[in-house]
Design a protein around this ligand. Sequence first.
Ligand SMILES: CC(=O)SCCNC(=O)CCNC(=O)[C@H](O)C(C)(C)COP(=O)(O)OP(=O)(O)OC[C@H]1O[C@@H](n2cnc3c(N)ncnc32)[C@H](O)[C@@H]1OP(=O)(O)O
Ligand SMILES: O=CC(=O)O
Ligand SMILES: [Mg+2]
Length: 532
Amino acid sequence: METVTVAPSAYDDILTPEAIAFVVALDREFGARRVQLLERRRRRRTARTTELDFLESTRDIRTDDTWSVAPPADDLSDRRVEITGPPERKMTVNALNSGAKVWMADFEDATAPTWDNVVSGQRNLRDALDGTLDFTAPDGREYRIGTDLPTIMVRPRGWHLPECHVRIGGRAVSASLFDFGLYLFHCGRKQIDRGSGPYFYLPKLESHLEARLWNDVFVYAQNLLGIPRGTIRATVLIETITAAFEMEEILYELREHSAGLNAGRWDYLFSMIKNRPDVVLPERSQITMTAPFMRAYTELLVKTCHQRGAHAIGGMAAVVPSRDPVAAKRALNQVRQDKRREVGDGFDGSWVAHPGLVETCREVFDQWLGFEPHQIVRKRDDVRVTAKELLDIHTSAVTVSEVALRTNVSVALRYVAAWLGGRGAVALGGLMEDAATAEICRTQLWQWISTGTPTDYGVPVTAGLVVRMLREELDVLAETGALDEDSARRFGQARTLLTVLLSERTCPEFLTLPAYLRHLTAGATLQPVAAA
Ligand SMILES: CC(=O)SCCNC(=O)CCNC(=O)[C@H](O)C(C)(C)COP(=O)(O)OP(=O)(O)OC[C@H]1O[C@@H](n2cnc3c(N)ncnc32)[C@H](O)[C@@H]1OP(=O)(O)O
Ligand SMILES: O=CC(=O)O
Ligand SMILES: [Mg+2]
């Protein structure tokens, strides 16, 4: 048997031999399939010769109208407002006290996966269920959770990420299985005992085969822990263009564990750029949810869910409230409009990124749903979406402004520097920025460089131009004295990383993967553990 090694951590009560053995058992059983599916992703992207389309091989699943997903668990029936955020200690308390129906504790887009973040996040979740979650801020403010808590759903990291601090015979385990396994091990039973269940959000899936892998993991894990089959529930984010063509199949694969689909709009745009590098997207502020290809995607998502008895959950309006009253009012109005569109289209609930937006989202859904917990009865038979409509970006001759270029440079640089410092979500210029929105900035820059997209001031975007802007952005930060020694180092690392990614001939798949491998795994001495 290969040796299992684990990095030291301050949270021995989370990384117990039994918990590690459980994660290792999952990875031994499913690790090889994960690697094959990641290889399949690469082949699918690089070897594609025709436009994407619905799959011929799964037509039967789509045309069979006799199947549906399991009825929602009691505490997942009304999901009109869901708050998301990293399971950092103070934010965990704030999210649980936010008044939302659901809290999505996020190890993916909103968490920089430092070893401390991923293990302490698990401890915070466990403490929340044990009633021992408290926090005293440096300014003396005390944080305690109340009694009427939201339902908790946990989003493990995506299939592409390894967790390098736990190794089997030197090989890093899957980060998805690590996050999923630790949560299920420590909190699965506790959730069932309090009348809830172990619920998950599954990010960045690219095909129904990846959903099948998750379903098999669920069946195996429930067996191993003696938890009744079907207790686990999972909402899949449709946030890649390939998954948009396989929504029915994804629901089908997970049907006994399914808790519907969510429109992960930001990663969806990121995926659109990666998968169709020659189809140039305009600047981010111009791609709204009313763009025809985005409407095609959300309309199809609602129809698919409701036809199969599943919830359709809306996405993130990425504004965060500001302390300036005028900007705050503007942000609330933007969120209100976004949620009105979603509820009118048939979504059963939606996401907010900040406690200050819970009330706005709730009001909109209350007005529409009244006392009904959801609107799955609206089957949306009127919706017909073709492959062409999903792909039709409709952009004639894109030009980009200097402001758009500089915004993407600035957000990418600042976000990566924050991420390297352990923060996976930050507010920049009134917007919530996380791994998904930063990936859009980074891949847009790459796309504009690789296609020589013209600027509206007459020159094409080149690597030289963007690299110069990165340097200028850094110079401004240095001149204003905004950087101490540590942050100057992280900004330097961020600039180097972005420069490398922007100079690749084919669009690098993820920025978080090389960033993790280069910067978040250094220095840990792993110790053998006896457990597994
Ligand atoms: C594309 C996607 O995947 S979207 C989903 C993933 N992304 C996310 O979940 C992002 C979630 N949001 C956040 O992380 C935060 O709102 C940020 C980083 C954008 C802004 O946070 P801050 O700069 O702290 O905002 P602000 O100062 O207005 O916060 C006010 C209070 O609300 C709390 N707060 C803000 N957002 C959240 C949240 N999502 N969950 C819990 N608490 C929150 C803050 O901790 C702060 O608490 P305090 O008053 O007790 O100190
Ligand atoms: O995870 C959500 C997204 O929009 O990306
Ligand atoms: Mg996402």
